[in-house]
Design a protein around this ligand. Structure first.
Ligand code: TA6
Length: 296
């Protein structure tokens, strides 16, 4: 249901019949909470997050569009996460192959201001949905609504902050042996080593041509997050660690211990849309008991 969240910002609460829930703010089209059917919060949200435009909310799932990072002329990560989206009144029905009806469709169109910095007309529909097993599904449909025949290109990420019990006890499977651009080493290209990722210092890597499935294993909680993605060939792994954590006003000094960003993204090869063309980028997040072996 639609209600007032922090600082009176509008938010939608989704509840699934078996008890899982999610919350998405119209500001930024920003998912800030995803709870399993035991009411456990699965996303990280900084205790110092500033729910006040134009600052993006620190945590949850920021939408990076139409530009990932500082790779272009716009502000860091583009402007979608700094705008207030609207709710689509009569969204098309949810695919019948899943029982859940817990979803909301949000829409973003460029403001006059945006057209100055990014002169392209688009329609962005974001569907946030809870599946029957409590999976969280985000589907983005971005259409080029340019009438004068101009194509446009963009880069994109679902900048997901997962909540973990202790970053030094976390492993990521699915990215080993892949090439990545290292944001800490001048965005140069390297090849990942042969076994699961572990974390003992700042990491900021853009993995290229990644598999559709990535597993994040929280040893202490005996919980595995599974990220399934479609239309998003890259994946960013980020943890600021202590120095960068202290440098962020909207992030607690020790909060790096309790989060890991694994971001389904399209960065290396920008997506180009001709007028009338639509791009679809989907991510499905699930949290399963860690007896789950990543081979499944
Ligand atoms: O996704 C990794 C990253 O690009 C890092 O370089 C860091 O800047 C992070 O995003 C957070 O960016 P933000 O603009 O939200 O502070």
């Amino acid at each position: 249901e639609l209600c007032k969240g922090i600082n009176g910002l509008d938010k939608v609460i989704l509840r699934e019949s078996r008890g899982s829930s999610a919350e998405v703010y119209l500001y930024g089209g920003h998912v800030t909470s995803w709870k399993n059917d035991h009411g456990e919060e699965l996303l990280f949200l900084s205790s110092k997050a500033i729910f006040k435009p134009p600052k993006a909310i620190r945590g949850g799932i920021p939408i990076c569009f139409p530009q990932f990072g500082g790779l272009g002329t716009l502000d860091q990560h583009g402007f979608a996460r700094n705008r207030t989206w609207t709710i689509e009144d009569d969204p098309p029905p949810f695919p019948t192959n899943t029982l859940s009806k817990a979803f909301v469709d949000l829409i973003l169109k460029p403001s006059e201001e945006d057209m100055k910095s990014w002169p392209h007309s688009f329609e962005y529909r974001l569907r946030v949905a809870l599946g029957p097993g409590g999976d969280l599904m985000l589907t983005s449909r971005i259409r080029n609504t340019n009438s004068e025949g101009k194509p446009f290109s963009f880069t994109f990420a679902y900048h997901t902050y997962f909540s973990v019990s202790d970053i030094s006890e976390v492993r990521v499977e699915g990215l080993e042996t892949l090439d990545y651009l290292d944001n800490l080493r001048n965005k140069e290209r390297f090849t990942e080593q042969g076994d699961a990722l572990t974390f003992e210092s700042e990491v900021d890597k853009i993995y290229l041509s990644t598999p559709t499935k990535i597993a994040i294993i929280d040893h202490e909680k005996k919980r595995t997050f599974v990220v399934r993605k479609d239309g998003l060939p890259d994946a960013v792994v980020w943890n600021p660690w202590d120095k960068k954590a202290k440098a962020m006003a909207d992030f607690g000094d020790d909060e790096y211990k309790y989060m890991l960003c694994v971001e389904a993204a399209a960065i290396e090869k920008p997506i180009t849309l001709k007028p009338g063309e639509e791009w679809k980028g989907r991510v499905e997040l699930s949290a399963v008991p860690s007896s789950y072996c990543s081979g499944q």
